[in-house]
Design a binder for this molecule. Structure first.
Ligand code: PRP
Length: 188
């Protein structure tokens, strides 16, 4: 066991090196595919903050960024299926090439809803880049062009991902010890 591992983490599913390698691979592909075209990165708050920071710095100056905050109602460890906008984009998407930047696709419900919403705004193209995807947790099929790392269907935190707003600052992605979320009253 790694001595630096946070005591609430039972396993690491993506190390700092894994993350860097995945983002390098995605950014190389994005640079090739868009080849100098103006590209708008749309980050989904708050989880995508780390991915956005590290991916955008690997892309060129043709890249701009904007942010949305959405909520799939409720908290805890599962998506509920009902999505609402907490913060909308500042940018008009008409004619823009958009790349949605996500930290994780779990059930796919958030992203599926978001893609429909963004595509209805007249963008020239809308694609998705996600650092993590849980294939075994998919409830809806979403076409995702750039996937970093496929992970098991476990509750993970770190590198932007939280439980009750904690653990986002871990530099790796790890499986949260079940006792933490069965003991959630102590986190309030
Ligand atoms: C997480 C994550 C994705 C979404 C994925 O966000 O950042 O946006 O859930 O889940 P899904 O595929 O099952 O829809 P969350 O709602 O936890 O908000 P946060 O990013 O602010 O932590």
């Amino acid at each position: 066991m790694n001595a630096d591992l946070h005591p609430d983490i039972v396993d690491v599913v993506a190390t700092e090196e894994d993350i860097a390698e995945a983002l390098e691979r995605i950014s190389a592909q994005v640079r090739e595919d868009y080849d100098g075209t103006d590209l708008l990165l749309v980050g989904v708050l708050k989880g995508a903050v780390m991915v956005m920071a590290d991916l955008s710095r690997r892309l060129g100056t043709h890249t701009q960024m904007d942010w949305m905050a959405v909520s799939s109602y409720g908290s805890g460890t599962k998506s509920s299926g009902v999505v609402r906008i907490l913060k909308d984009l500042d940018t008009d998407l008409a004619g823009r090439h958009v790349l949605v930047v996500e930290d994780i696709i779990d059930s796919g419900i958030t992203l599926s809803w978001l893609l429909k919403n963004l595509r209805s705004r007249g963008a020239a193209s809308v694609e998705v880049a996600t650092l993590l995807r849980k294939p075994a947790a998919a409830k809806v099929t979403v076409d995702v062009k750039y996937v970093g790392i496929e992970i098991p269907d476990k509750f993970v935190v770190g590198y932007g991902l939280d439980y009750a707003e904690r653990y986002r600052t871990l530099p790796y992605v790890g499986v949260l010890a079940p006792h933490v979320y069965s003991d959630s009253a102590t986190l309030a």
